[in-house]
Write a protein that binds this ligand. Structure first.
Ligand SMILES: Nc1ncnc2c1ncn2[C@@H]1O[C@H](COP(=O)(O)OP(=O)(O)OP(=O)(O)O)[C@@H](O)[C@H]1O
Ligand SMILES: [Mg+2]
Length: 266
């Protein structure tokens, strides 16, 4: 991977939805290449809104977001396309085409490198076909190459989602609750795959979770959101589990604190 790619600067970002709901309020975050940032917070605190703002799946109302110094909030056309390509997204519901093969789903992560007509005709280079195999191997699913996505387990589908993201050759991976709905063993596989990309390839990872337990095990930094604001931001070395008791107790909900405790990081 190219040196020093994967920096995210979020400056004074606010987002008000068209119906007047405040999604984000004056967010400032500086995320450096190679960080594994976990965003925690109660339902409705703004985690998904923040993630979607980073690769501009939606526009913000105020402020700006820079990816490796490039302003994605203002970019258009080819420039926007290129910045977006460097930030791959992984979704809670996997977003696969269920009736298509694993191969086709993974290759779809590459279409941003082709003119639309070539992609539509499936005219992918030999190198890119090899790249599909390489990336499927990385998530241990090469044997599922021809299988339809709908015939895979949830954890396998999510790992196809990771392989698809890798086809973008991203410097940033954004993951919106990629493991909720998965059992502990599968959660561990998916989280370890992401950790590997972070450690071996130096990819920056920003991941939303409900589970503090997971955040404590895998992140290098934890950011807490509440009502669209950052109320917590610490490197993992400084994090004290009791901090979250305060954050969650206010909402009268302790369930987030233990989840993920049965998932051991390797
Ligand atoms: N499309 C939308 N239109 C209006 N309001 C929205 C929209 N999407 C989200 N919101 C509101 O913005 C706030 C933040 O929502 P967001 O989805 O970012 O929360 P979240 O932290 O991801 O929650 P969850 O843990 O449930 O996924 C909430 O008040 C939510 O109701
Ligand atoms: Mg969400």
């Amino acid at each position: 991977m190219t040196e020093n790619k994967g920096n995210i600067e979020i400056k004074n970002v606010s987002k008000v939805y068209p119906n007047g709901t405040i999604g984000l309020k004056d967010i400032n975050l500086d995320i450096k290449q190679g960080e594994f940032v976990m965003i925690v917070g109660l339902s409705g605190s703004g985690k998904s809104t923040l993630l979607r703002a980073i690769n501009r799946l939606h526009d913000v109302t105020e402020g700006e977001i820079l990816i490796d110094g490039q302003n994605i909030t203002k970019a258009t056309g080819d420039k926007l396309h290129k910045i977006r390509r460097s930030t791959a997204m992984i979704f809670q519901n996997y977003n696969l085409v269920k009736t298509s093969s694993v191969y086709r789903n993974v290759m779809s992560g590459r279409v941003g490198y082709y003119p639309a007509w070539k992609a539509a005709l499936g005219l992918f280079t030999k190198e890119d076909q090899e790249m599909v195999k390489t990336n499927l191997s990385r998530v241990n699913l090469l044997d599922k190459y021809y299988v339809k996505a709908r015939d895979l387990s949830g954890g396998q589908q999510q790992r196809v989602g990771i392989a698809r993201a890798l086809m973008q050759e991203p410097s940033v991976i954004l993951a919106d609750e990629p493991v909720s709905g998965l059992d502990p063993k599968t959660t561990k596989q998916v989280m370890n795959d992401l950790k590997k990309l972070n450690e071996e390839d130096g990819m920056t990872i920003v991941l939303n979770v409900h589970s503090i337990g997971l955040a404590l095990k895998y992140s290098s930094r934890i950011v807490g959101l509440k009502d669209g604001r950052i109320i917590y931001d610490k490197p993992i070395e400084e994090v004290d589990k009791r901090d979250f008791k305060e954050i969650y107790r206010e909402a009268g909900d302790d369930s987030h604190l233990d989840a993920g405790d049965d998932v051991e990081a390797d």
